[in-house]
Write a protein that binds this ligand. Structure first.
Ligand SMILES: *[C@@H]1O[C@H](CO)[C@@H](O)[C@H](O)[C@H]1NC(C)=O
Length: 376
């Protein structure tokens, strides 16, 4: 009944950012994609929008290494990749080590795989790039889509501790020559857990103050960082996980009358300096926190939101340029993301999978009479 916009790993990446690697660009890409995904989903009146931008970034930045021409420039700009390939590679490594840096009360893991048609000649340099990003490579017969779907779903299921069992259907895999898969799993307990006895049903309102439903509201009084950056037009609460408090969730509550759309635009267009303000906001003071207990499952195709981010030609049968992947011309026809997210008194469990499918693209000239022809 209520609207929540959330995305994974964002806070994680900023919080643990080592000085040598600047995750600001990745976050900027993430916030832009979130704004665009929301704008796209609004057309369908979707109530909840959930996004795992990091999986998308990982797969498309690998494809960027095999791209050229407009495809390359659009990916560089859209993903906000550093001009220097070695910097992108070290960013990848840093993200990989971050993704596997959990501790006893925070489990965080990422896994990626490339399934390629055994009759497709993939350039060794591209395979090397994939391997250097810890991507498992499998040679498959994609014409048996039932088997391929089973293999991919099994891979994702293992990578997400059984949270995502249906990352793809066999229908979605038809005609694909290559499939790139990225899976993330996160499970952590709050530094300050909620007492389930304090959870009560409560009213939930939309941005105009209209009562939209009833939710289970969890309550606690605990020390958290809380800020109200005016440029964001929202109250921001940081709730940390585990004893080390190294990872956290940011919850943004738009100011009265500020629609979610405006909040997302503020996030995408402002610098992330407000995060420093948040971190310096004290944290010693006890805050009364009331947040809903919730569980969300979504599956969506992210091609249109990525196009809104300026990435076009890689999805275009006529224009995609991926000569570094294979001599066989390919283009991306699927970008299916599944997310499972659950927030409880104890903590958070989240999983995401992104499946990017590539097909053979059409070579040469084309005559497509799909519009009115002016014959006189
Ligand atoms: C596809 O693979 C499955 C095994 O997962 C097999 O049972 C089936 O016969 C295969 N179909 C074709 C058409 O080869």
């Amino acid at each position: 009944m209520w609207k929540v916009v959330t995305y994974l790993i964002f806070a994680t990446a900023t919080h643990a950012a080592p000085a040598v690697n600047d995750f600001a660009n990745v976050n900027q890409f993430a916030l832009q994609l979130l704004e665009n995904t929301y704008a796209f989903q609004e057309n369908f009146n979707t109530k909840n929008v959930v996004l795992s931008p990091l999986s998308v970034w990982s797969i498309f930045s690998l494809l960027a290494e095999g791209s050229s021409g407009d495809t390359f420039f659009e990916l560089m700009n859209g993903l906000r990749l550093p001009r220097d390939l070695r910097k992108t590679q070290s960013l990848h490594m840093a993200l990989n080590s971050l993704l596997n840096s959990g501790n006893q009360d925070v489990i965080l893991k990422g896994q990626s795989a490339m399934f390629t048609d055994c009759s497709l000649e993939v350039h060794p340099e591209f395979c090397q790039a994939a391997t250097s990003y810890n991507t498992d490579i499998y040679s498959v017969d994609p014409s048996n889509t039932t088997k391929l779907a089973n293999d991919i779903n099994y891979y994702v299921c293992l990578a997400t501790d059984g949270l995502i069992t249906n990352a793809v259907t066999s229908e979605a895999l038809e005609n694909l020559r290559m499939v790139l898969v990225d899976a993330l799993y996160f499970k952590a307990t709050w530094t300050y857990q909620f007492d389930p006895l304090q959870t009560k049903q409560g009213a939930f309102y939309d941005s105009l103050g209209k009562h939209v439903g009833t939710v289970n509201l969890m309550y606690q009084k605990a020390p958290h960082n809380l800020a109200y950056p005016p440029q964001i037009e929202a109250q921001v609460l940081e709730m940390t996980y585990g004893k080390s408090s190294q990872f956290s969730m940011l919850i943004l509550l738009p100011a009265n009358g500020v629609p979610v759309k405006k909040l997302l635009n503020n996030l995408a267009t402002n610098s992330l300096d407000w995060m420093d303000e948040l971190r310096e906001s004290g944290g010693g003071t006890d805050i009364d926190v009331l947040i809903p207990r919730f569980k969300i499952s979504t599956q969506q195709d992210l091609i249109t939101p990525l196009q809104y981010s300026g990435i076009h030609s890689i999805f275009d049968a006529m224009k995609a340029q991926l000569p570094g992947v294979s001599d066989t011309p390919l283009y991306v026809t699927k970008t299916i993301q599944s997310v499972e997210l659950e927030v409880t008194e104890e903590g958070t469990t989240a999983a995401a999978s992104t499946v990017v499918g590539l097909e053979n693209r059409i070579l040469g000239q084309r005559f497509e009479a799909n519009r009115m022809l002016n014959l006189s």
